[in-house]
Each structure stands twice: as C-alpha cells, then as structure tokens.
Design a protein around this ligand. Structure first.
Ligand code: SF4
Length: 291
C-alpha cells in the first residue's frame, strides 16, 4: 500500500463509515458521509433520485425494491440543501450529529462534494446545472474550500450534457471512475450490464487525456469465487492499454465490499488477494491504494 488509510482496517468498524446512508434528515438530494477514500467528510449529492443505473452490480447497496422519486433534480431545492449542509459544517453542528459520534476529529474536515448517489450520475438529465450550482455555492466569499468529485461508472462521460458539466470542474477536482473487469464476460457477470468494455475504456481515455483520473476497482468473491488469474491479467492489460494511449491515471483504488450489498452471494475478497492485485498494479508503474 502506498499510503495506508488512517486507522487501517479500524475504518470498517467506525459507525459513520460502515453506515453510508444516502439520505439525511428530510433532505431530498444532499447527504453527508465520512468517506474512507476522501479521508474526511464528503457531502454527497444523489444525482439519481429515481435510482436509475445502466449497471446492476452484484455488490450494489442501493435497495431498488423501494421505488425512487422524480428523476429531475430541482436545482433550487438542491442549492438550498447544499447551503444548509455547508452552514451546518461551518457552525460545527454537523460534526456533532449522531451519525458522526465515533469519528476521530481529524476526519471531521470537509473534503469534497461528491456527485454520486443511487444510480449512475452521468445519466442525470440536468448534470450540468448541478455542477454549475455546486461551483456557484463554493465560489461565494468565505465558503470553506472543497473539491468536486464525480463518482461514475464512466459510461456517460461522453454525453454533451456531462461534458458541459465537467467544464465547471477545476484542475483540483476529481473523477473517480469504476473499472471492475478486464473482459466483457466478467463485466457482464459482476456489473451486469449490456455494455461492453471498449466504450467505457474509450471514455476513460477521452477524459484521462484531459485530466488525471482515479480508477476504482472493486474485486469480490461472487458465488464462492474471486476473479481468476486470467481475469486479473486482462484487467492489468486494460490499465496498461490506457496508460500507453496517454490516459493519465492518478491512482488506482483496489478495494472490496465494506458494507452489506443487496446480493448475499457477494462477499469481500481477502485482504491478501487485494494486496496481490494492488502490487501488480504498482508493477505497471501506477500508484495503487488498497481498502
Ligand atoms: S454502478 Fe453503482 S449504482 Fe450502478 S449498480 Fe453499480 S454500484 Fe449500483
């Protein structure tokens, strides 16, 4: 591991990390979490209140048996919720919320506002308006500094609406993009999508030649089996291809399931196996962190 997560595996036992509710009080879109990967407070925006996603990952934690709400994000409501959340943070009230009661002080700093939620954010119809709204709020005098982070499966990065939204991202903001497979067969098995890898890789390349991207790779045991060696070789081959084509990969996050997924056949991959995968990623000359 290049840079261990604070507290190492103690993260898994912190209530605020273990429970990642995508709702907060009466809010429609905005929810705060302590994020292992942000190493601080991440204010999430649920970009898919209708719970729509073009993947159906076996490890997804979104409960789709409860229907979502209107897919269109009401920007006035979002802006109001975001302002209130940041005001709560600035006043210190947010940090005293029961959700954060066992969180070490060092982690109670605001790191980012994350475009994420109950589906795939790049499929959000008013993606650009959301980005513009967050950027407007953070530019207000006296606001605390925070990053904008897009957490995505990369399938919609090419959409003009998304490209317009990414125009509000500064060079300090980040894209965290999922890559869980090296073959189409494994992508279909784990992420359960009708899409193939190549358009996803093309989108990663398109964005990664403009700005560094963070790749998020979740490996797990599914139906009693982890990814075999051939799959990991194929996955490493995809990373190597991206690098060779000029994609700037800032970091690869190799991790497994930390919270109970919807499918009981999905189990965490062992720490040792994750470490071996991360070591192979590092052999490509990439920075890798393991969670
Ligand atoms: S991409 Fe994310 S929201 Fe979509 S199914 Fe997978 S884990 Fe769930």
């Amino acid at each position: 591991m290049d840079k261990p997560a604070p507290g190492g595996y103690a993260w898994f036992f912190m209530k605020s990390v273990k429970n990642h509710p995508r709702s907060f009080e009466e809010n429609r879109y905005v929810y705060p979490v302590v994020s292992r990967r942000s190493r601080g407070i991440s204010i999430g925006i649920n970009m898919n209140p209708d719970k729509f996603c073009n993947f159906d990952c076996v490890y997804c934690q979104v409960d789709r048996t409860i229907p979502g709400i209107d897919p269109d994000i009401d920007i006035l409501v979002l802006e109001s919720e975001l302002r209130v959340m940041i005001d709560l943070y600035e006043s210190g009230q947010l940090q005293k919320h029961p959700n954060f009661e066992d969180t070490p002080l060092a982690l109670l700093r605001l790191n980012d506002v994350a475009l994420s939620g109950d589906g795939e954010p790049t499929l959000c119809k008013n993606f650009a308006a959301v980005c513009e709204c967050v950027d407007r709020v953070r530019r207000e005098p006296g606001r605390p500094k925070f990053k904008l982070v897009l957490i995505t499966n990369a399938t919609g990065l090419h959409r003009p609406e998304v490209q317009r939204g990414l125009g509000f991202f500064s060079s300090n903001d980040e894209i965290w993009a999922k890559l869980d497979a090296g073959t189409d067969a494994y992508l279909q098995k784990i992420d359960r999508t009708g899409l193939t890898l190549q358009p996803i890789l093309d989108n990663l390349l398109m964005e990664g030649t403009k700005r560094p991207v963070i790749i998020q790779s979740l490996f797990l045991e599914y139906q009693g089996k982890g990814p075999d060696d051939a799959e990991i070789r194929a996955y490493l081959g995809r990373l190597a291809w991206l690098q060779k084509q000029g994609c700037r990969i800032q970091l690869v996050q190799v991790y497994s399931i930390a919270r109970p997924p919807a499918e009981s056949a999905a189990k965490p991959l062992s720490k040792e196996r994750l470490e071996r995968i991360a070591a192979k990623v590092r052999k490509l000359g990439l920075k890798a962190e393991m969670y």
